[in-house]
Design a protein around this ligand. Structure first.
Ligand SMILES: NC(=O)c1ccc[n+]([C@@H]2O[C@H](COP(=O)([O-])OP(=O)(O)OC[C@H]3O[C@@H](n4cnc5c(N)ncnc54)[C@H](O)[C@@H]3O)[C@@H](O)[C@H]2O)c1
Length: 453
């Protein structure tokens, strides 16, 4: 998996006490990495960080990303082989209450990481995590591409757009002939076990269901690209692994795209012969391949650029549809609590992942219903089993199962194949090789949802 590049490597990870950061820390530990986390203490009780017992399993450093000296000292001391920057104030509604703090954390925090990396002298891919909300939202029915205009109505979204602008400017100004390679990653709304943030729909659902109360839904008609947290994380890890593999390669050549373009055009017919592939993945492949041929224009930049990691089209659902799906696995009820005076939130938001597919051969693995089922299973099982090992066991089982299904589908990050530098023809998606280790097969059984409550 990921060609084994993380095994024994040092990884600097900001935001490891948060939802996505804790999942990423757990996955990196499974991959054999030594993880140095840099973040504020967990903001919620419970927190996934505490449920996974991460404080004793990685180098846990409490620090403020807004403090340039602390960030620099931490990164230089860690001498990382990889950097993942996730620390942020990520809540839209809180950003209306704390716009200045949101900007200083999300923009200056990112710049502090970039500035520290300028002084770094060894090869090191750095994946800077922003969001799908960094695009100027025009309520388009199609997905935003990496070249689309950045913007953002609210302080959170626009702070992430500003972070993207800073990343792009620093990359062009300071990291062209530099051993550190900077990429940014824009993901959709992630769901998964262990998110306890306020004002997020899945944690809101779980809190209401645990209390036996109807779920209050304040924006039922808003459409979002829902995806399981493991989907973008596989993209971040694979992007970093490919950048690592390119560390001594010359920069990407436009002319090399010819092979890649025709090879991707052929994929749809190759895929139709592909059996057996997990039905959900096959469906995702079929639907996601359709627009590829129109977007294979040469990319001016290499892998050190921006990438979207979103779900398939069928996962673009309204908040109400998400809640109804949650209720299939944990029965209860919901009510519309929308108010005409509520703060603005985007109505329609979708991401195009054509670039991630064309350049990385990355695709989502789990369908919308699978993502919701695994998410609710996580919460219900850990609610039934509050012993310290339950969350860790379940989280590892989800990572194993996700990886096994990606492997079965032939996704390059999950198979044992060689890495694929940009511009070199990638193997077709039906070129399925043996999984890298027996650990991946058979598919790990995630416990089924516990009985109705
Ligand atoms: N959750 C989503 O749906 C989603 C979607 C797209 C992008 N993202 C992005 O993914 C990243 C992680 O999001 P999350 O959902 O895990 O958020 P989270 O709130 O669960 O975690 C945020 C992390 O950032 C850290 N942090 C916040 N302020 C800090 C500061 N001043 N100094 C140091 N650390 C600080 C927190 O301690 C925590 O570890 C963020 O960059 C977010 O914008 C999240």
């Amino acid at each position: 998996m990921f060609n084994g590049v993380f095994n024994g490597k040092s990884v600097w990870l900001s935001g490891h006490t948060g939802f996505k950061g804790a999942w990423l820390a757990e996955w990196l530990l499974c991959l054999g990495a030594r993880v140095q986390g840099f973040a504020l203490p967990p903001a919620t009780q419970p927190s996934l960080f505490q449920q996974l017992g991460l404080a004793s399993r990685l180098h846990h450093e409490v620090g403020d990303i807004r403090d340039p000296a602390a960030v620099k000292k931490s990164i230089l001391a860690a001498q990382p082989d990889f950097v993942f920057h996730l620390a942020a104030q990520p809540l839209v509604r809180l950003s209306y209450e704390q716009p200045v703090e949101t900007y200083s954390t999300n923009v200056m925090g990112t710049i502090n990481v970039l500035q520290a990396l300028r002084e770094f002298e060894k090869p090191c891919p750095a994946v800077m995590v922003t969001t799908d909300k960094c695009y100027e939202n025009r309520e388009w029915v199609h997905g935003y591409r990496e070249e689309d205009s950045l913007g953002g109505h609210d302080p959170y979204s626009s702070s992430k757009a500003a972070a993207e602008l800073a990343i792009s400017a620093w990359r062009r100004s300071f990291f062209q002939d530099h051993p550190v390679k900077i990429a940014s990653a824009r993901a959709g709304n992630v769901i998964g076990g262990g998110d306890w943030a306020p004002d997020r729909i899945v944690p809101d659902c779980i809190r209401s269901l645990q209390a036996g109360q109807p779920i209050g839904v304040r924006n039922p008609k808003a459409t979002r690209p829902w995806q399981h947290v493991l989907e973008p994380l596989s993209g971040y890890l694979w992007l970093a692994a490919l950048l690592y593999d390119q560390r001594s390669e010359p920069r990407y050549q436009k002319s090399e795209l010819g092979n890649q373009r025709s090879e991707v055009r052929n994929q749809k017919s190759e895929l139709s012969n592909q059996e057996p592939v997990s039905s959900s993945v096959h469906r995702l492949l079929s639907s996601d391949l359709r627009p590829l041929t129109s977007d294979l224009r040469p990319q001016p930049s290499g892998l050190d650029s921006a990438f979207n990691f979103g779900p398939s089209h069928e996962s673009n659902r309204t908040v109400a549809e998400l809640v109804v799906e949650v209720l299939k696995h944990w029965p209860g009820s919901w009510e519309d609590t929308s108010s005409p005076n509520a703060a603005h939130e985007a109505g329609l938001l979708q991401l195009s992942t054509e670039k991630a597919h064309a350049r990385l051969r990355w695709l989502p693995v789990w369908s919308f219903s699978q993502a919701v089922e695994h998410t609710v299973t996580w919460y219900r099982t850990t609610a039934e089993r509050p012993d310290p090992g339950a969350a860790r066991e379940l989280t590892s089982a989800h990572i194993d199962r996700y990886t096994a299904e990606a492997c079965q589908a032939g996704l390059p990050w999950a198979t044992a194949g060689a890495l694929h530098p940009a511009g070199v023809t990638l193997p077709p998606m039906n070129d399925r090789r043996s999984p890298p280790s027996s650990k991946l097969v058979p598919v790990v059984q995630v416990p089924p949802p516990v009985g109705d409550v």
